[in-house]
Design a binder for this molecule. Structure first.
Ligand SMILES: Cc1cc2nc3c(=O)[nH]c(=O)nc-3n(C[C@H](O)[C@H](O)[C@H](O)COP(=O)(O)O)c2cc1C
Length: 226
């Protein structure tokens, strides 16, 4: 197995056409879902929700978001094996803060030799998370944008991870997020969709982007070493 992550970073490309006859095996799909769960986020806030469409009906529902304004994106949604909708939280409640803290406790994050130390660790984490959130909520007034950024980070990890699993992906902002929100009742659930990622196996004949060389600015332009 090739563990050279650069190999996958180079191999990953925006797939322009999928082989509709190929389906991601369940075991691999489970790994993809686990990638979504394992992504880092600032203060471990995990301000996201995902909709995974793998049936023709499910994918057709997602494709409603491209039909009018972005029809060039529709075939990839129908023909990919799976499509993931990346949605971001609209607001954070006290209950949600408590839910994350409880999960961290269950996962053993605060385990300590005494109850006092455990309580101190737990209270410290809760306070730090709320402090960061409030910097964005009350100070910078960009809490929603800040949460969106966490979701995009997840998307990046997801695509590289999918490439390492031998899969092809297409990130798409060419979707009408209002249509998606409506279709899946996302706003009522406290989320809004940001983008989608199609995942599957490309059609080597039709996926013209696979044969094109990658184009990126040189390091001398984008990086400063000090
Ligand atoms: C957030 C995001 C949204 C994108 N939206 C679309 C899209 O709607 N349709 C599409 O064909 N490509 C889309 N792209 C693909 C980009 O054009 C592509 O990543 C870029 O040109 C670099 O090429 P590469 O991914 O093949 O390396 C998107 C990429 C990103 C990261």
């Amino acid at each position: 197995m090739d563990h050279d992550i650069l190999h996958y970073a180079r191999k990953r490309h925006t797939t322009k056409a999928y082989d509709a006859s190929k389906t991601i095996p369940d075991e691999t799909a489970d790994k993809l879902k686990e990638l979504l769960r394992l992504s880092p986020s600032s203060t471990n806030l995990q301000p996201w929700h995902f909709i995974v469409a793998s049936t023709p009906e499910g994918k057709a529902r997602v494709a409603k978001s491209t039909e009018e304004k972005f029809p060039f994106n529709s075939p990839s949604i129908h023909n990919a094996s799976h499509v993931v909708v990346f949605a971001s939280k609209l607001a954070v409640s006290e209950d949600f803060f408590a839910e994350i803290l409880d999960q961290e406790e269950k996962d053993g994050r605060f385990d300590a030799e005494s109850d006092d130390i455990k309580t101190e660790r737990k209270t410290g984490m809760d306070g730090a998370r709320k402090m960061f959130f409030n910097i964005h909520q009350q100070g910078m007034k960009d809490a929603q944008h800040w949460m969106d950024k966490q979701v995009y980070l997840n998307m990046g990890q997801f695509m590289l991870g999918a490439a390492a699993l031998g899969l092809d992906t297409t990130p798409m902002e060419g979707i009408d997020t209002a249509v998606l929100d409506e279709e899946f009742g996302l706003r009522e659930k406290g989320f809004n969709s940001l983008a989608i990622v199609c995942v599957g196996y490309h059609d080597p004949q039709e996926d013209y982007n696979a044969a094109l060389t990658k184009s990126r600015l040189p390091l001398s332009t984008i990086l400063t070493e000090v």
